[in-house]
Design a protein. Sequence first.
Length: 740
Amino acid sequence: MEQVIYIVPALGILGLIVMAIKSAWVNKQPTGDENMVELAGHIAKGAMAFLKAEWKVMFYFVVIAGIILAWSGTLVENSTPVIAVSFVLGAFLSAFAGYIGMNIATKANVRTTEAAKTGLAKALKVSFTGGTVMGLGVAGLAVLGMGSLFIVFYNVYVVSTGGDVNGLAMERALEVLAGFSLGAESIALFARVGGGIYTKAADVGADLVGKVEAGIPEDDVRNPATIADNVGDNVGDVAGMGADLFGSYVATILASMVLGREIVSDDQMGGIAPILLPLVIAGMGLAFSILGTFFVKISKETDSVQTALNKGNWISILLTVAASYFLIDFMLPEGDLVMIREGSPTFTKMGVFGAVFIGLIVGALMSMITEYYTAMGKRPVNSIIKQSSTGHATNIIGGLSMGMESTVLPILVLAAGIYTSFLSAGLYGVAIAAAGMMATTAMQLAIDAFGPIADNAGGIAEMSGCDKKVRERTDILDAVGNTTAATGKGFAIASAALTALALFAAYVGLAGINSIDIYKADVLSGLFVGAMIPFIFSSLAIAAVGRAAMDMVNEVRRQFREIPGIMEYKAKPEYDRCVQISTKASIREMIAPGAIALLVPIIVGFSFGPEVLGGVLAGVTVSGVLMGIFQNNAGGAWDNAKKSFEKGVEINGKMEYKGSEPHKASVTGDTVGDPFKDTSGPSMNILIKLTSIVSLVIAPHIAEGPDGSAEAMQSVEKEIKSEVVQIEMAALEEPFRIKE
């Protein structure tokens, strides 16, 4: 029965094989004329230049952090320096996942432009297949990496501990996976923040000088920042997003496995089935995501692209739900399951399935709510459009108020999901709900990644002077991509909240504390400090975009001023200068926000103890979730309000189009919203999880007593099993007792 775990890396390999097949198909598609190929080459060159510069900085970080982890692993009893190896592997695979997405996106963009000459159906097929390559690459690497690490180190530690199946061997194997997750999330943070600063510096510079001052289109070949802008779509929304969701995927599985170890389970796998279950669900979700991708297609120009994407997504989700039912029934035992934790309810395997189902429902509802608040034609976006008619200030006011309003429904859904999943299966239920939500990550990421590819395709069409019909088709894909990107961010922040709560529960156990008491002054102080962290993190990220954008604006103005003939198409702009500005700024500015996420838990934990750190984690989680939802939705709504003017909108009985005063006001709103939705907002979910994972890793070093140790856990487990046996014996003896 334990051999079921070997299915997991096999499914990871399957995902990578399908990824390679789809990648080869994309590479075989025609690339268009020489002008299109040249423009795509500039984008690919700029993207790789950024990745190399970013990797150089991250290499130093990984080496230093790995040495510290190896050294610390020798200091604590029952800890292991091998955590450093898994940390480096997690960091490498996270960076590699981003590279896979970047590589395919910079090839699929020009091929999507060429396919759009044929029709919308072919353009969707090429762009979505490119997105699928990234989705399968990220999920395949995560499943293969987590599954293989667990199998290798668990078996090694079982042998070294003399067959200690669910004691010290399991503790050390999960510690190794914690290191893997820490490496993945660390790289994700730098990739997301650095990529976000890069893309928004270029985008804001291109918009303010190109569209507003010079009055030329966003992707006009005369705009010096346009290549940097298109590069930014790849480094932020593709490479950054790939590393981000790789880290989320891994952290969710880890949280579920750590809490699964606290379950007393008399299953056929020697009591480790609850630990293995999240890994197996992830593998099955990957398989059904592959199947779902084949249903994303349209046959006519009038078919809805959004409907096609939704169809593939729902097929993946429903198949995963059905498979989870049989999987849980097969792996978990009959009867009650108990967690070794005070206050945890008794539950059954059907309760576990209920939690998985709840997680999938929460994810779907979060996506639907986000779509409502960011999609064109809906009340929120229409209200911002209407307020654009009275100027720039009212547009900003409308977007801010709508972003704040958009936090209400998601938080209510999230709160209901946490409460009902806890009732279904305790804290394990909360963790397994997050695992269920993230099970179809490959499909979610494929839908997300197709958007930046379509956006790049539209830019290439504009710059190369393609037929107007080509740009119309890429704009249809791009508009849908904006909505799917926003819904993906809503999905990611919801999973981060559930995962952080599960990691928080695991941290409490490992740190040797029973609860977080906010009646204590130091813990309450920690709560407030934690709630402040997302604000200062956002401030640093947004300010970084502002500084980099100022450099970009000055450079674009300089080129317009000093290079004669740009506006008359007689001279080419110096695209490389703008790419260099964004690259240097993003690498320089990503350090401070990243340091906050990594250092705050360490400083607080070692200075004030585990309970105060618990207060900090609670504050970061609640504040970060709200900030993430607010910024993602406000930015997405501003973006689609601006795009609505490109087709024409009616305001107070008058049609307003691109270039009108209301449109200029919407451009300002979109410019403000850009760092919200593409830099700071998406980074919130990484900030939440990374602080929790760092705390989990240092928990054994700051633990108050042996409560979180393997010996204590085994002792409590024996007591619970003893009590269960006594109750069962009493029940058997009851019928034979002679009444006095």
